[in-house]
Structure formats: C-alpha cells, structure tokens
Design a protein around this ligand. Structure first.
Ligand code: HEC
Length: 181
C-alpha cells in the first residue's frame, strides 16, 4: 500500500510537468539543465583560461570521418596515390557542390583561374584546365587540395573526408574535359 502511494506521488509530480497549453511554461522540477549558461560561437568565455568560448579539440583527437594522409611529397602522390572513388553522376554532382563552395572563389566556376578573389591575390590562382594540370594524375590534384602549396592553404580541415576531396578531383577532371584552355 505504502509503495503504491509513493509511486502515485512520483507519477503526479511527473505529470505535473505536462501541459497541453503551449502558451504556459511547464513546471520544471529540475531547473539546472534548463537554465545552463550557453556560449555563442565566437563568443567570449571569461571562465576559460584563454577567454575563448569555442574550445580547441583535446590533443590527439580527430574529427569524425578523418583519415590520416601520410604522403609529404608531391611527386610521390602524383605517381602512386590512386583515386579510390569511381566516377558517377552522383559523385560529380557532389564534387561540383564542394568545388563551388571551396575552390571557385579563386579558381573560377569553370576552373579558368578567374574567381572573384583572384584579382585581389598577390599570385593569381592558376587555371585548373591548363595542359599542366590535365597532365597531372588524380593523386597530384588530391595532394594539392590536402596539403596546399604556397599561397593556397590546405583544404583538409574544410573538406576532412577523403572521398569528398576525391569527388572534387573528379569535378576538376570534368571541368578539364569540358572547358579546355
Ligand atoms: C584563396 C584562393 C584559393 C582557393 C580557395 C583555392 N586555391 Fe588552388 N591555388 C590558389 C593559388 C594562389 C595557387 C598557386 C599556389 C602557389 O603556387 O603558390 C593554387 C594552386 C592550385 C593548384 C595547382 C595549379 C598549378 O598550376 O600548379 C591546384 C590543382 C589547385 N590550386 C586546386 C584547388 C582546388 C581543387 C581548390 C578547392 C578545394 C582550390 N585550389 C582552392 C588559390 C586558391
């Protein structure tokens, strides 16, 4: 009897939190989680040692889907790293989306090196449809996206999944076939 009484008291407390009137706030028996302080992206956190609201990832951790890329030398990559992703309509569409997001500002929508940022750069981004890049293997283009070179930074953190970078390589090939310069 006593147990039933205790259970019903708990059930009543639980149900007291439910309301079908959405304009009225529910009863919040435990408020700590509802009222927890929240950080805005780029915001300041006065309690953090470096005052940054956004934390650096713990040392030795990697983003989901990230795979180490161990090749340091361009020629090694160009000659030995093979494209593991077969070309398909879907891969091309995906590569196009990524290319337009991450590459076209400099290299132009058709890869001619004439994106809107290009005139403002010290070194004009080269055309990706030149004889030179047409002559590179997929591994070379992949290496350049992953490692960057000179004034072009690495795009590994913006495009962390290897297959996404290979999709961009396919799209660059597509641009080369359709817009030779
Ligand atoms: C901020 C502008 C910028 C963006 C964005 C950019 N690049 Fe570049 N890219 C450059 C510049 C500048 C160079 C020349 C680098 C150097 O030699 O100093 C270059 C070089 C290259 C080269 C070698 C070209 C050659 O003739 O040697 C390839 C391939 C390339 N980029 C592909 C890409 C791809 C693919 C993306 C998108 C993931 C991308 N780039 C994003 C500016 C950019």
């Amino acid at each position: 009897m006593k147990r039933i009484l205790i259970i019903s008291v708990f059930a009543m407390i639980g149900l007291a939190g439910c309301s079908d009137k959405h304009s009225e706030p529910n009863i919040e028996p435990v408020q700590n989680m509802m009222k927890a302080p929240s950080m805005k992206a780029q915001g300041e956190d006065l309690d953090a040692p470096d005052k940054r609201g956004m934390r650096l990832p713990p040392e030795g951790t990697v983003p989901q889907g990230w795979e180490p890329y161990a090749v340091d030398d361009f020629d090694v990559a160009n000659n030995t790293v093979k494209n593991p992703v077969p070309a398909s309509k879907e891969v091309l569409a995906h590569g196009q989306k990524l290319y337009l997001t991450y590459c076209s500002v400099c290299h132009g929508t058709l890869g001619a090196g004439d994106g809107p940022v290009a005139p403002k750069m010290l070194l004009t981004p080269p055309s990706l449809t030149s004889e030179k890049i047409v002559g590179w293997n997929d591994g070379g283009i992949y290496h350049l996206i992953t490692r960057g070179r000179g004034l072009m930074g690495s795009y590994e953190s913006q495009v962390p999944k290897p297959n996404d970078r290979w999709a961009i390589v396919h799209y660059v090939r597509h641009l080369q076939q359709n817009n030779k310069k």
